[in-house]
Design a protein around this ligand. Structure first.
Ligand SMILES: [Zn+2]
Length: 172
């Protein structure tokens, strides 16, 4: 969990389009259409989608390349780009509700980009920590939580924008 802490600068830049290269995004040599054998994500037209009907349609007239998608490989390796830390008494009073919100926001994000996933969600004595495959999902979770439950939100990006740390807390 702590392995990437040293990579974080103190910058809070907003240029999100300026993301650095993701070592798991190696689709350049990937033959389309390709299907992830673990989650069913389909790669076509240079994009990943989660759409079982489209997969069925594609199967009919072409042979699918079997792969493991970048998100499933990150989950397998525990490779996170987003780190979300939730704290405060309010969190524990509303923990079930907040966990549901986080899971629902993950599903919504996956509909747009199936590579945005939660790797893990773990409660310790002082915090609920969530790791995500994509840095943008961490930011999205923080902003959704802040919008629904207010509190204090802090979003920090690494200098090269490859990692995002989100801290949220509410005590009252
Ligand atoms: Zn997958």
């Amino acid at each position: 969990m702590q392995k990437d802490v040293r990579k974080f600068g103190i910058s809070d830049k907003r240029g999100r389009q300026n993301t650095s290269r993701d070592p798991y995004r190696d689709e350049a040599g990937l033959r389309e259409p390709a299907l992830c054998g673990e989650c069913g994500a389909l790669y076509r037209n240079k994009r990943w989608v989660l759409n079982p009907e489209e997969v069925a349609a594609v199967r009919k007239d072409s042979s699918l390349t079997e792969v493991i998608c970048p998100a499933c490989r990150k989950i397998r390796d525990g490779y996170a780009e987003g780190f979300v830390t939730l704290q405060g008494d309010y969190l524990w009073r509303r923990e079930g509700e907040i966990r549901n919100l986080i899971r629902n926001e993950e599903l919504r994000a996956m509909e747009k980009n199936p590579l945005e996933r939660i790797i893990g969600m773990e409660a310790s004595a002082d915090a609920l920590r969530i790791e995500t495959t994509e840095e943008k999902l961490a930011e999205h979770l923080g902003r959704a939580l802040h919008k629904a439950h207010q509190g204090e939100l802090k979003v920090t990006w690494s200098d090269d924008h490859s990692l995002c740390r989100v801290e949220w807390r509410r005590d009252d």
